[in-house]
Design a protein around this ligand. Sequence first.
Ligand code: NAD
Ligand code: DAU
Length: 344
Amino acid sequence: MKNILVSGGAGFIGSAFVRRVTQKYPQYNIIVLDKLTYAGNLDNLLPVHDEPNYTFERGDIADRETVRRVLEQYEIDTIVNFAAETHVDRSILEPDAFIHTDVVGVYILLDTARQMGIQRLHHVSTDEVYGSIPEGFFKEGDPLEPNSPYAASKAGGELMVRAYHVTYGMHTTVTRGSNTFGPYQYPEKVAPFFITEAIDDRPLPLYGDGMQVRDWLYVDDHSDAIDVVLHNGTPGETYNVGGEHEMHNIDVTRFILKALDKPDSLIRYVADRPGHDRRYALTNDKIHAKLDWTPRHSFEESMLDTVRWYRENEWWWRKIKTGEYLDYYKQQYADRLAQAAHPD
Ligand code: NAD
Ligand code: DAU
């Protein structure tokens, strides 16, 4: 490995991975390819802007000519793909971009790499491909039963990665991460959305009864796991990456409010997300046994650090919460909040 293409490296987890590997592996050249959609943000990469082993290229992973040029120009030997449309609620409102990037984009990356003889590709997937599990834990061999257009498009892309390993012998690996939180996360996802809304004493729209369960994974643990699988994973294999910290949404919300010293009365119970998965839970047994990986950050400490980061970095999120963001906010929340119920 020498020249690594990180697609989607200007997003939340991709940029954490880039900030990590540029420091940890000065012998690698890290080339970020990112379309800079509404969620892509060069501010996330400011900390590495002057690193000699970092380069940025703007482009779409679904554009074969761009992908070919970048792979050629930088003599890429390894691809780590984070690029995706990632927000479930947006996939319910408008699925097109999800098919474009999460399915077609992954195919174009794979196929261009294959044509150019590039063998190594790590694909970042999600626990949402399994669907919902009422009890117990998903393991890697379980069937995929995705329920949202986002999850279905991620499953489609992931299955194409599998096909390129089986059919063409590409050296691919896949990770399925759980709900990730931390600094630089676009404030549409529940943690940064609720933190930044609560800072401004605005209502927090909790879907349904707030009793859905997610497994929470700190972003540094997620990017550490991808690093470990990239270096030591077995070709053709898929690895769950869980935070080993299940929580009901209402408890995450109360934790955030307490950390900010804000009242629970900011909570509004609003109309549920259609097809809302009730519970995600997955086992880390495989990645632990085969690659000796386990999450190292506690939920409590890292969520407190995250809340502190948003308090101290208003420059980062206030300018995001304008323009297109406000149009989306209105579409997603205006009616829900108008008909909302208070916690008491
Ligand atoms: P994000 O939305 O913050 O960032 C996605 C990045 O991809 C952005 O920089 C965007 O500009 C870029 N992008 C989108 N379409 C592109 C295209 N066609 N070509 C090039 N770049 C494009 O996402 P994230 O939360 O950092 O997620 C990164 C990856 O991890 C995704 O594949 C996601 O499915 C997966 N994942 C996320 C979570 C989570 O909780 N956030 C959990 C598990 C897996
Ligand atoms: O599990 C991994 C997945 O986690 C990733 O693949 C996705 O990219 C990422 O967005 C995330 O998906 P979720 O749908 O679980 O995350 P989100 O932050 O949108 O929602 C978390 C929970 O909070 C979910 O049960 C819905 C609920 N929620 C969310 C929002 C935005 C609310 O109750 N109110 C809200 O306003």
